[in-house]
Design a protein around this ligand. Structure first.
Ligand SMILES: [Ca+2]
Ligand SMILES: [Ca+2]
Ligand SMILES: [Ca+2]
Length: 341
């Protein structure tokens, strides 16, 4: 017999009753012990009381798993009295701090954007990667997570160019089709054959490479500074007129006006014609019978038909001397004595 049933039987037997009544009760009690039922057969529930976590009506504090029953509502436990936040139970989190207001413990969310050990506080007590709508290091923040995007790429909208040389085209950086990056919206031009113009026409990074310039007379040509120019004269020729299109027009081996070089005029005198041979000046007598005895082109062919050349001098062999300065083998000594062999 458990203590509750024993106490109940004791109370009933202790009350003043007739001997017959006492015996009936005792007998019923013994019978109850045999069959395992209480003496008065009253139903008894051993089920635990329902426990409410809040929101349901309650009739006493025992129905609330925690806290107290106030106005038939399960209310939270009364927090301990506090003077500062650290009096309150628990510990601060990265985005929440314990507070104590009017002696009541609570928590306060840190301002959105406050740094966490990883990410930022969202203002609701949670650490998140980023704040929605804000920029991320790479991309934009959506649902508090960084999503790659071209929108905050520093190159977006900046000037750009593609291609090289004549194919170079300018544009601006725009978002790629997938929105993840940026790309220059310019389209390179088409290359063309390289010509001598100072431009990389075939867009290979080299300017005027391999260009063959048209030939010029007696000269080689080359492309320089975007123009075809006379490069060098062939041997024996020179560009004496300074006109490129005429090339190296002057034969300095044979031109008595440019003999051996531009402007080198071969001298000549009376009865003679200056000549140039292999770049060296010479003289030929132009009048019949005249001779160049002294080799000096400046006095031309000084020896008349009446004279003859003797040891570099004109010797008048008959008659009066035709030239007062020319010595003669016949004994004239004007101006000096000649000794003919
Ligand atoms: Ca080129
Ligand atoms: Ca070119
Ligand atoms: Ca020329």
């Amino acid at each position: 017999m458990d203590s509750d049933r024993f106490d109940d039987l004791s109370r009933k037997l202790a009350r003043p009753r007739s001997r017959r009544e006492a015996l009936r009760l005792f007998g019923a009690a013994v019978a109850g012990l045999v069959v395992g039922k209480p003496a008065d057969a009253a139903p008894r529930s051993d089920k635990p009381k329902k426990c409410y976590g809040g929101g349901s009506l309650c009739t006493n504090a025992k129905q609330c798993c925690s806290g107290i029953c106030t106005n038939r509502q399960c209310a939270p436990e009364i927090p301990p009295e506090c003077t500062v936040g650290t009096d309150c139970p628990g510990a601060d989190t990265e985005c929440q701090v314990r507070t104590c207001t009017a002696g009541i413990c609570g928590t306060q969310n840190l301002v959105a954007g406050t740094g966490c050990s990883s990410g930022l506080c969202d203002g609701n007590g949670q650490c998140v990667e980023c704040l929605t709508g804000a920029d991320c290091a790479s991309g934009v923040c959506e649902n508090n997570a960084c999503t790659p995007s071209c929108l905050n790429d520093p190159l977006l909208g900046e000037a750009c160019a593609v291609g090289t040389g004549a194919c170079l085209r300018s544009g601006v950086y725009v978002c790629t089709a997938d929105g993840l990056g940026v790309v220059c919206d310019a389209v390179a031009g088409a290359p063309s054959a390289e010509i001598c113009n100072g431009i990389d026409d075939d867009c290979d990074g080299e300017v005027d490479e391999g260009v063959i310039c048209p030939p010029l007379p007696n000269a080689t040509t080359a492309c320089a500074g975007g123009n075809c120019v006379l490069q060098t004269c062939n041997p024996g020729y020179a560009d004496c007129d300074g006109i490129e299109i005429s090339g190296c027009e002057t034969n300095i081996n044979s031109d008595p006006r440019n003999c051996g070089g531009c402007g080198v005029q071969c001298p000549s005198g009376p009865n003679s014609i200056a000549i140039c041979t292999q770049g060296n000046c010479g003289l030929i007598c132009s009048s019949s019978g005249y001779k160049n005895c002294n080799g000096n082109p400046n006095d031309g062919c000084e020896c008349p038909p009446t004279g003859e050349c003797r040891i570099g001098a004109c010797c008048i062999t008959s008659g009066a001397p035709a030239h007062p300065t020319i010595p003669c083998c016949s004994g004239f000594t004007i101006p000096f004595t000649n000794t003919c062999a």
